[in-house]
Design a protein around this ligand. Structure first.
Ligand code: PMP
Length: 335
């Protein structure tokens, strides 16, 4: 087992505030709280996965200073991994679909990632970014000094373990155990399965639920036991079409499918009325928490995740033409 170095990035991840969401709470008579993950050093919840995946690789002796991290990512995990890599003296290679918001590209390049953009093709296609990343890591494995880590956020259980070790206990302590339900969207499933696991260990009656955008299959998997998806969404970083290693065995009670037309107005309220400049998956999380609140009835405490900042998606979220071409409502304040 290798020694775990103590570095600034690692210290800055987690311990985020839990914020009472005024608009969502008032509408439902529930106390709806959001975990302010946009306050992590790389700006998203994925800093947690990055931290715990890299620490696990150091502990297992897979990585040492001078080593290389390779990952396929919609962006946020790549940002976390690159910063973790910088803090630990690692090279980071990120394979990303070219359809993701341009802001993430400039962030990744700005922080020193080696960025490889690839066409967006389905997971079953060998050209999919996830498979390209895995093959690249395999090719480099023999030659790179300091070891090569294929981070594999979907199937690497250090992702889920990180949420069991950090996010779950933080939510339990911040609510002083007075929590009735937890709901969030699924990208890899690490957040939902890890937090659910921890909370249910504390009290098994806590309701746990998935929030799915159109085009994702977790909703039908939870509700009917089969992976089925239809439609599409402008959300990024979420929407899983298979049962990842991190999702497998997750203790999830319920699921909600929330279309873009429903969560965008909720996002405009979060930004315009609550003053929280958060991204699309957060809009979806809060819209789903509102649905869950209506189902549970007034007086319940519900926690969800404020995954990242709107800053990462400005070219899409505040682009009237982009939204209107999809029949979606722009923010009311956009001239
Ligand atoms: N929201 C955003 C913006 C993300 O980037 C991700 C992860 N890709 C998630 C939510 C979902 O997190 P997880 O991978 O833990 O399911």
């Amino acid at each position: 087992m290798g020694a775990v170095p103590d570095r600034p990035f690692l210290q800055a991840v987690g311990n985020t505030p839990l914020i009472r969401l005024r608009s969502a709470s008032e509408q439902t008579g529930c106390a709806i709280f959001g975990k302010a993950e946009f306050m992590n050093p790389g700006g998203s919840v994925k800093d947690r996965a990055a931290k715990y995946i890299v620490l696990d690789a150091f502990r297992r002796g897979v990585l040492r200073e001078g080593g290389t991290i390779v990952e396929g990512t919609a962006g946020n995990t790549g940002i976390g991994l690159t910063l973790a890599g910088n803090a630990l003296g690692l090279r980071t290679i990120i394979v990303m679909p070219e359809t993701q918001a341009v802001e993430k590209r400039s962030m990744l390049r700005g922080m020193g990632a080696e960025l490889r953009l690839v066409p967006a093709v389905p997971y079953k296609d060998p050209g999919n970014y996830v498979h390209q990343a895995r093959r690249l890591a395999e090719e480099l494995a023999g030659s790179a000094a300091g070891g090569v880590l294929y981070a594999n956020q979907w199937d690497n259980l250090a992702n889920r373990e990180g949420h069991i070790a950090s996010t779950g206990p933080e939510i339990w302590n911040q609510t002083e155990g007075r929590i009735d339900a937890f709901i969030c969207a699924v990208g890899t499933g690490g957040t939902l399965s890890g937090v659910s696991e921890y909370l249910k260990q504390r009290r098994s009656s806590i309701v746990t639920a998935a929030a799915d955008p159109d085009g994702a299959a977790v909703y039908s998997w939870v509700k009917h036991g089969e992976l089925k998806a239809s439609g599409s969404s402008i959300t990024e970083g979420i929407g899983l079409g298979r049962v990842s290693g991190n999702l497998e065995g997750a203790r999830i009670d319920d699921a909600f499918n929330v279309p873009d037309s429903e969560w965008l107005p909720v996002l405009w309220e979060l930004i315009g009325k609550d003053g929280l400049y958060v991204g699309g998956s957060t809009g979806l999380n809060v819209a789903a928490a509102i649905r869950l609140a209506r189902q549970l009835g007034p007086g319940h405490t519900i926690v969800t995740m404020l995954n990242d900042s709107a800053r990462t998606y400005e070219s899409k979220l505040f682009n009237r033409e982009f939204l209107e071409s999809r029949g979606l409502p722009p923010p009311p304040w956009l001239g």
